[in-house]
Design a protein around this ligand. Structure first.
Ligand code: ASP
Length: 336
């Protein structure tokens, strides 16, 4: 019988009420017996990695998880990671990079209600996650509300609905309906033919800037002064930044000259950026910014963190950021 490892990191899935508010608290005893009822054709093993509200997850947890998954991928046919929904997309994106070429399915899931709640979505999400983990389709995925998404494309878009995640600018790789779970294998990145090894180096010196009309350009200088090595900018519309008063294009220019990698995408969640269309975007490009195209913010942040952990020159980093590594980016130029 195929063996699936369940790794619990916390989140609402395993939460209990406490005086301070909902907090992760359930463990193997409470969770495993429930999960066994939805995993009829595989053997489940369970382990706790941490027990955190996902707001408390740090980049060092990503590296630790990736190492654990690397080791487990030699023993198990698939791995399910239970995770809080709030930062799940960051973890899923970073694991997609760190575990590039992983030989088994790694499926991240969680829920909007604790597994102890009588009408929770926890079991349904886990059922999908376990089924995907048992599918022999390698890669990093998010399972939520009967959808299987590439980890690097998932984003939390709703705070209360059970349909909390969307696959951004990319179709879900599977949906569960009256036909069961049909996996569209052509949507899953091909596994490299090299021997798999997790690549867990990263830099945590990456921040996001979301300008509003009137944002002072000095925000970029402050971030560079604080030691930021990468800045992801959620710019306006197709990716425009002001160049008149409050000249953010010039701010990008001097920040890039200081050796900081600046990536520009859109404040709009869907469709992606196209910096070549407006002067506000072209000037940002001329200032030395890299373009995010249809990457999610979570993917851009973690891709930048991951690339900054390598010993790359700025030119090499720019080249790698442009490259599609794990199907995190598909559009090159919307203006064509
Ligand atoms: N605050 C929780 C967490 O992200 C929310 C959830 O799991 O749904 O850990």
């Amino acid at each position: 019988m195929r063996r699936i490892l369940i790794i619990n990191t916390g989140g609402t899935f395993s939460s209990v009420k406490s005086e301070g508010g909902l907090t992760p608290g359930l463990g193997e005893h409470d969770i495993l017996a429930e999960l066994k009822t939805v995993a009829k054709d595989c053997e489940l093993k369970y382990e706790d990695f941490c027990s955190l509200d996902s707001a408390n997850i740090l980049p060092e947890h990503w590296a630790g998880l990736a190492k654990r998954i690397e080791a487990a991928s030699r023993e198990y046919s698939g791995i399910v990671v239970i995770h809080g929904t709030d930062t799940m997309a960051y973890t899923a994106s970073m694991l997609s990079f760190m575990l590039w070429g992983v030989p088994v399915p790694v499926v991240i899931t969680g829920s909007q209600l604790s597994i102890s709640h009588p009408v929770a979505d926890a079991m349904e999400n886990c059922r999908a996650a376990i089924h995907m983990a048992n599918s022999r389709c390698p890669g990093v995925f998010v399972a939520f509300n009967r959808k299987i998404m590439l980890g690097v494309r998932a984003s939390k878009v709703r705070t209360m609905s059970f349909d909390a995640f969307d696959s951004i600018n990319y179709p879900p790789v599977a949906e569960i309906n009256a036909f069961g779970m049909r996996i569209q294998k052509e949507l899953i990145p091909r596994r490299a033919a090299v021997r798999f090894q997790a690549d867990t180096s990263y830099s945590d010196k990456v921040m996001v800037v979301k300008p509003v009309p009137g944002t002072p350009p000095e925000i970029f200088d402050v971030l560079a002064d604080l030691g930021c090595r990468g800045i992801v900018v959620e710019a306006f519309g197709l990716g425009g930044l002001p160049f008149g008063e409050n000249d953010l294009c010039e701010a990008v220019h001097r920040t890039v000259k200081r050796g900081v990698a600046v990536a520009i995408g859109s404040q709009c969640r869907y469709d992606g950026s196209s910096l070549e269309v407006y002067e506000t975007g072209k000037r940002a490009l001329e200032a030395g910014a890299m373009e995010m195209y249809d990457m999610t913010t979570e993917a851009a942040v973690t891709k930048l963190m991951w690339l900054l952990g390598k010993d790359l020159t700025m030119e090499e980093l720019r080249e790698k950021f442009r490259e599609n590594l794990v199907n995190e980016v598909s559009s090159r130029d919307f203006a064509e």
